[in-house]
Design a protein around this ligand. Structure first.
Ligand SMILES: [Cu+2]
Length: 153
């Protein structure tokens, strides 16, 4: 009798764990898709970016690449306005722009020859390797949106 009760109890605990694990997986999948967004409306010649769960967080090095995120807001500034990266490690800068962000849709990082236009939805990927240490400007095409790229050892 006791054995049967214990088996039933274990089965219930197992089922509860399975539900929690599934819920966690479903929620994290939903969040990552929402945050990164579908890469629709990518302008011709730009690389389409498919969101993956491997893109963990800002500045995380995934398979030897620094994954960074930058957004031009409708309020007229970049978010964040300071990006810190490590020298000598390739950067994938996921750049997006809110509707009504005007020429903030354009991202220019002169020091590393980056010139990218964010699509209407989703993001464009600016890929470069910061080869020198220092603090460098980035800005929109008319220099109204401004930010700093800090390259550290
Ligand atoms: Cu501008």
């Amino acid at each position: 009798m006791n054995v049967q009760v214990n088996v039933l109890g274990l089965a219930m605990v197992g089922a509860a764990l399975a539900v929690v694990v599934f819920w966690g997986w479903a929620v994290s999948g939903y969040v990552s898709v929402t945050v990164t967004g579908p890469a629709n409306g990518v302008s011709p010649g730009e690389k389409e970016v498919v969101p993956t769960k491997e893109v963990a967080s800002d500045g995380a090095v995934v398979q030897g690449v620094q994954e960074m995120f930058l957004k031009a807001t409708a309020k007229g500034f970049y978010e964040p306005s300071l990006l810190t990266v490590k020298k000598g490690i390739p950067v994938n800068l996921h750049f997006s722009a809110e509707p009504n962000s005007g020429c903030g849709k354009v991202l220019v990082i002169p020091a590393f020859k980056v010139w990218k236009v964010a699509p209407n939805t989703g993001e464009v990927l600016a890929q470069f390797t910061p080869t020198q240490k220092g603090v460098f400007d980035f800005h929109c095409s008319m220099r109204m949106f401004r930010g700093k790229l800090e390259v550290v050892e």
